[in-house]
Design a binder for this molecule. Structure first.
Ligand code: PXL
Length: 288
């Protein structure tokens, strides 16, 4: 009998820990781990809750901890199949995270940047106005970027527009985002009418653009971008194509939203992605 030994995949997730209100690491870690991928973390900040809709949250900036964590990791000769970044705790972290890519990557590492900084046309108030220029810098080093439309506009230095959008507009955003450096772009919040909402995936290597849509669910729920990004990273590291990863991430996010809406949960508490993990694993070809 021949037993093939395959090395377990390993991802470094660089996001904040929002202690309550499912987003960032409390979402990335369980989703990535659920698929049998080892998930190491570099926390960028520790907050009592995320910043969306809560007041009085605590905020501990971990800017000074990132380089020493990476220094220590460098003594361990670790290999990373992926590096996935999200919410950064300060403007100074942009250069530190950019150096971290250079220090942890090898030729096989997939760098995925979710330029978490804005939504619904507005930069999160916690960030300075020049934050998008910094984010552009780390996006230029990524293999895959996952912005929403607001973040895409900020990265490209142009006015945010309300949807519905035209195909020409979306495809122009995708191509111009890829021109910043990343070969692959997944753009969320895409809609051509008021009935359906989804995401577009562009691969500059093949020139292909693929869309995934589901019926729009009314209401705004926090943390869905991180649920989407974590599912997309999990699918990509599991060997799925960009188009498949996009479709899987849309379905996982919509399932999480539907359960949360049905349960009547406070929109600030994040979405019930946990109950969708077995379905996600089936989509990935891992579950029974
Ligand atoms: O889900 C994005 C996110 C992550 N982390 C923190 C946030 C937000 C969005 O508001 O506040 C701390």
């Amino acid at each position: 009998m021949c037993i093939a030994m395959s090395r377990q995949q390993r991802v470094a997730a660089i996001h904040d820990i929002s202690c309550f209100g499912r987003c960032s690491l409390t979402v990335a870690l369980p989703i990535i781990s659920s698929a049998g991928i080892e998930c190491s973390v570099i926390p960028t900040a520790v907050l009592s809750t995320h910043t969306g809709g809560f007041t009085g949250f605590t905020y501990r900036d971990l800017t000074d901890d990132i380089a020493p964590i990476v220094d220590h990791w460098k003594t361990l000769d670790l290999k990373f199949d992926g590096i996935y970044t999200g919410f950064l705790g300060s403007f100074e972290q942009i250069d530190i995270v950019s150096d971290t890519f250079d220090r942890l990557r090898d030729e096989n590492t997939l760098i995925v940047v979710d330029p978490v900084m804005a939504d619904n046309g507005v930069l999160y108030p916690i960030f300075p106005e020049n934050f998008p220029q910094g984010m552009r810098k780390i996006c230029s080093k990524a293999d895959v970027v996952i912005p929403n439309i607001t973040e895409a506009c900020l990265l490209l230095g142009e006015e945010y527009r309300e949807g519905p959008y035209t195909k020409d507009y979306i495809e122009s955003l995708l191509r111009r985002l890829s021109d910043l450096g990343p070969e692959k772009v997944i753009l969320t919040g895409v809609h051509f009418d008021n009935e359906e909402l989804g995401a577009a995936a562009y691969d500059a290597g093949t020139g292909s653009i693929d869309y995934a849509f589901r019926d729009r669910i009314p209401g705004y729920y926090h943390g869905t971008g991180d649920v989407f990004g974590s599912a997309a990273v999990t699918a990509l590291i599991s060997g799925k194509s960009l188009a498949e990863a996009n479709r899987i991430a849309v379905n996982f996010t919509v399932g999480s939203l539907l359960r949360t809406k049905e349960a009547g949960t406070d929109i600030r508490f994040g979405v019930d992605f946990e109950s969708g993990i077995s379905e996600l694993l089936k989509e990935l070809g891992i579950g029974r």
